[in-house]
Design a protein around this ligand. Structure first.
Ligand SMILES: NC(=O)c1ccc[n+]([C@@H]2O[C@H](COP(=O)([O-])OP(=O)(O)OC[C@H]3O[C@@H](n4cnc5c(N)ncnc54)[C@H](OP(=O)(O)O)[C@@H]3O)[C@@H](O)[C@H]2O)c1
Length: 330
């Protein structure tokens, strides 16, 4: 069950059709337990590699640096050239330091060196800005990021945004075009069958500016696996159950309508709901590779099975129609 390679958006690099996300490596929950400890992290990376996975997603703040550190330890026993590694900068890394956050030249330069050091590599394949920084002029961070590409520390630039603020990315890429800077060629937004806010102007901007789309939280943080019920019973092992606001936002009647459509299609194609939800993203013409998240090896292996699931265009449309995108809601 090996994963195939697909082009990394408009770039010349090839990546696995499903990326592996490491947000939960070393991440402490509000209750103080670590979602994925070091040994589990290595087991997950081993399983991803065994299925042909070569596209790893991390960020400087995941597990306060432990995610990158563990990936670096793991990569040390392998050929770094076999892997495409993406990381991100923006969130505070030095809580009491006003310069220990954001996209200022000072913070970007400090963080890129820390990232490369923790990963034990000379270069990142892909660096995303984790969020937009309205306190730093766009000229400052685009020029600094361009310098990373010129210095060989980074191959490609991406933007990861929570809201569909498409015009800001367009403005940055216009500046890059004018000045001869490296533009953003990838975008990492939240996108899945229940979070559809990027449909409309954001996806149009990605198409027009030729940005590949690498969706995060492809399973709505577990909702689209079908493991939650309308009655509100939480599975005992779910870390999502600790977040009351997560439950308020996700466990809604209209989202359960989507889950039921996913379950119906899963029966038709003899797959699991998680696999169908991931296959829907993979089938999307603008999506490069969804970032699979998993807390256990069993979950990961189930999710990687999505690569074997083929949806018909009719099934793709039916799933898309289970929840209205923003335009239909107007
Ligand atoms: N750029 C950004 O701002 C941003 C933000 C978020 C994430 N990301 C990236 O995207 C990656 C994926 O995000 P995500 O973790 O939210 O993805 P997700 O796939 O939507 O959710 C993953 C969670 O769902 C549950 N789950 C996954 N597969 C399952 C299965 N087969 N059966 C049952 N439960 C399953 C697990 O949690 P439980 O077992 O605890 O329920 C798992 O931790 C991250 O690791 C990170 O790399 C980026």
């Amino acid at each position: 069950m090996d994963l195939d390679y697909v082009p990394l958006g408009p770039t010349g690099t090839q990546v696995s059709e499903l990326a592996f996300g490491t947000w939960r490596f070393g991440r402490e929950t509000d209750q103080g337990h670590v979602e994925i400890d070091e040994q589990r992290a290595y087991d997950l990376l081993d399983a991803y590699e065994a299925h042909g996975g070569r596209f790893i997603d991390t960020a400087d703040m995941y597990g306060e640096g432990q995610s990158e550190e563990w990936i670096g330890n793991w990569l040390a026993d392998r050929d770094r050239e076999d892997f495409v590694v993406a990381s991100k900068i923006y969130w505070p890394t030095r809580p009491d330091d006003p310069n220990g956050r954001g996209l200022s030249r000072k913070h970007l330069r400090r963080q890129i060196d820390l990232i490369l050091d923790r990963l034990g590599t000379d270069y990142l394949d892909l660096l995303y800005i984790h969020r937009w920084d309205d306190d730093t002029p766009v000229e400052e961070f685009m020029r600094t990021l361009d310098g990373f590409v010129r210095d060989g520390k980074v191959n490609y630039l991406g933007t990861s945004t929570l809201r569909p603020n498409a015009w800001k990315v367009a403005k940055a890429n216009e500046l890059a075009r004018r000045e001869g800077y490296e533009p953003f060629t990838l975008s990492q937004p939240r996108y899945n069958l229940v979070n559809r806010e990027i449909e409309g102007s954001y996806l149009e901007m990605c198409e027009d500016y030729d940005l590949g789309v690498v969706p995060w939280s492809p399973l709505g943080q577990g909702l689209l696996t079908g493991k939650y019920s309308r009655e509100g019973d939480m599975p005992d092992d779910s870390t999502a159950s600790e977040g009351e606001t997560w439950a308020d936002r996700y466990l809604t009647p209209e989202n359960f309508d989507v889950v039921e459509e996913v379950e119906a299609v899963a029966e038709e194609v003899d797959a699991t709901p998680a696999q169908v939800s991931l296959a829907w993203l993979a089938h999307h013409p603008q999506v490069t590779a969804p970032i699979v998240g998993a807390r256990t090896v069993e979950q990961l292996e189930e999710n990687l099975g999505a690569a074997q699931v083929d949806l018909s265009d009719e099934q793709f449309e039916r799933l898309a129609a289970a929840k209205a995108g923003p335009f239909e809601r107007l």
